[in-house]
Design a protein around this ligand. Sequence first.
Ligand SMILES: NC(=O)c1ccc[n+]([C@@H]2O[C@H](COP(=O)([O-])OP(=O)(O)OC[C@H]3O[C@@H](n4cnc5c(N)ncnc54)[C@H](O)[C@@H]3O)[C@@H](O)[C@H]2O)c1
Length: 262
Amino acid sequence: MGRVEGKVAIVTGGASGIGRSTCQTLAREGASVMIADIDDAAANKSTNTIGDGAIPFHLDVTKEEHWQQAVTYCLDQFKRLDIVVNCAGIGVSGDFEETDLSEWNNMIAVNLTGVMLGCKHGIKGMKAGNTGGSIINLSSLGGLIGAPDVVGYCATKGGVTLLTKSVALYCAQHKLNIRCNSVHPTYVDSEMLDPIAEMFGSREAMITAMATEVPIGRIAIPQDIANAILFLSSDESAMITGSPLIVDGGQAAGVMGKHSGP
Ligand SMILES: NC(=O)c1ccc[n+]([C@@H]2O[C@H](COP(=O)([O-])OP(=O)(O)OC[C@H]3O[C@@H](n4cnc5c(N)ncnc54)[C@H](O)[C@@H]3O)[C@@H](O)[C@H]2O)c1
């Protein structure tokens, strides 16, 4: 308990999945949390699971004026901003040659521009609050290696990987006492996978099939990712910046197989 005691966090995408679990985890460990999402009803529900310590805030990550309002509100309410978790994201799968340009542009706007705006305005808020801070950007395993049926998604997440490193170096160069790291999950059993579960016919079938790709034999749950985000949010990770934290059950470590006989 108390690993982020007294800190103040803005978590985008906090109404669902990994973001919701992150809000609950940060609040349990002593932080005040702004649950920032476009889905107001779900953000309210997420807030109710926490009670004191959480505030819902309507934020479309693609809109710069929303970010300005969110940071202003945060500083008015709490006088500080210590943690920004850029978790809002969307995924579109399908045949690359059939890529719809408006879907592509929307995915770039939410997954990449939204994260850039979160870093930009997060830094401004942390400077104004004079506390330093930690920015955590949700990339993906797909931000480190490619996949043929989620080309655009991987492109946005790869962008987040290097955006994170560059922002980390910017903050270090300007001696801002602000760290910036990315988190790279494998499949996580969240609402984001609902459309894929439908394609598999059932959630169980999807989870079983996906688990075969993960060396430790299961896909992630949102709490697995929230635990990594908690670590990067806390002062326990004070020496870590510009780092990709891979939370994938070993999937990116190499190929499984028998290399010493049958
Ligand atoms: N679920 C996975 O398998 C998985 C794997 C790797 C990485 N990720 C990444 O983790 C992050 C969270 O994923 P999740 O599984 O919790 O997804 P989710 O679909 O459960 O939640 C995403 C949240 O983002 C919000 N959102 C969407 N567009 C927004 C916008 N423009 N402004 C503000 N909020 C917006 C949604 O309302 C929703 O609450 C995403 O960035 C995703 O790409 C997920």
